[in-house]
Design a protein around this ligand. Structure first.
Ligand SMILES: Nc1nc2c(ncn2[C@@H]2O[C@H](COP(=O)(O)OP(=O)(O)OP(=O)(O)O)[C@@H](O)[C@H]2O)c(=O)[nH]1
Ligand SMILES: [Mg+2]
Length: 311
């Protein structure tokens, strides 16, 4: 128990034989339950887990590989079934220092937050530990995640060291959460639909010898697509279904006008430069006016979203 709350730590484990024992050994005493989800890797993680003697540990073995999100959802469901109040995610590869667990739990218990997550960027000195390419990718994806999730004050959305209230987990549709690396970003999108407040907690990055199985190229190609889809999912779920907000109207009209203005403008420009003719003022206005209005409406939508971002 931690401050009167039952705490479950969920550990997704995929090919982490070299770290998993150490990770489990260092889990603090106040943690009531540890759910390890062996995600069907190819190393000895499974055998090592069979030797664990800590009575708090429950091991699940997936029949087939489901990815970090799939492993987390299995762990979440078990924690909810067992009546946990607070759930923490800690990776099996030793990148998360358990001494920070209370830093994540306190805002949930004492400050009314629904979700707390690590932020590696709040501690500048530690930024040096992060490989450059990963750093740049992180900045770009952070901006896109702000747009998609509507949490404008949240940084480092890719951070996997998170804790949340069981109450928030009960509301979100766990079977709709992305199963692979998009998991952390997708949690934010789903939490914002219910307006849960999210706290960024400074936690330094820890990169050791563990092999990264994350392909940067894959992430850069797939994440923007996911984020675009999830953006509209959130607008629909939050600003149309649950509360008709002008934000939805501004986004839909803004994007439509902007796209029309841009495409029509590009087409007319290509046509007139090919035929060496001037476009008429009316034709120019047909592109410029919607383009500007659309841009303005989208800007309004962003400003409203920043204002309403659950802080
Ligand atoms: N790569 C990978 N990890 C999984 C999978 N299922 C569960 N996991 C676990 O999810 C956690 C996060 O995966 P990592 O590959 O370390 O991702 P990351 O920490 O965001 O990225 P790195 O900085 O490269 O470690 C680890 O504890 C993995 O063991 C899976 O299918 N693939
Ligand atoms: Mg990792």
């Amino acid at each position: 128990m931690y401050k009167g709350k039952k705490v479950t730590v969920v550990v997704p484990a995929y090919n982490v034989a070299s770290h998993i024992q150490q990770v489990l050994k260092t889990i603090p005493e106040f943690v009531d339950q540890v759910v390890v989800v062996d995600d069907c890797g190819s190393d000895e993680t499974g055998q090592l887990l069979a030797q664990v003697t800590d009575s708090r540990v429950v091991v699940f073995k997936h029949e087939s590989n489901q990815g970090v999100g799939g492993a987390m959802v299995t762990g979440f469901k078990r924690a909810l079934k067992d009546g946990s109040n607070l759930i923490v995610k800690m990776d099996g590869d030793g990148q998360m220092d358990p001494q920070y667990i209370p830093h994540l739990l306190d805002p949930l218990i004492e400050e009314g937050y629904g979700y707390a997550k690590g932020n590696r960027f709040l501690d500048n000195a530690e930024l040096r530990d992060m490989p450059t390419l990963r750093l740049l990718g992180n900045y770009g994806l952070t901006f896109l995640t702000k747009l998609a999730s509507g949490y404008w004050h949240v940084f480092d959305p890719q951070n996997g060291f998170v804790a949340l209230k069981a109450e928030a987990l009960q509301k979100i549709d766990l079977d709709h959460i992305a199963k692979r690396y998009f998991f952390e970003n997708d949690m934010l999108v789903h939490l914002n639909i219910f307006g849960y407040r999210v706290k960024d907690v400074p936690i330094p990055a820890r990169y050791g010898q563990e092999a990264s199985s994350m392909s940067i190229l894959e992430v850069l190609v797939t994440f923007p697509v996911y984020l675009f889809k999830r953006f509209w999912y959130r607008i629909y779920q939050k600003d149309i279904l649950r509360d008709f907000s002008p934000i939805a109207l501004f986004w839909v009209c803004g994007l439509a006008l902007f796209s029309w203005g841009f495409l029509f403008g590009a087409y007319t420009w290509a046509k007139s430069s090919f035929l060496q003719q001037f476009a008429s003022t009316g034709t120019v206005m047909l592109s410029v006016l919607p383009l500007m209005m659309g841009f303005e409406l989208m800007l309004q939508a962003i400003i409203l979203e920043i204002k309403e971002s659950p802080k």
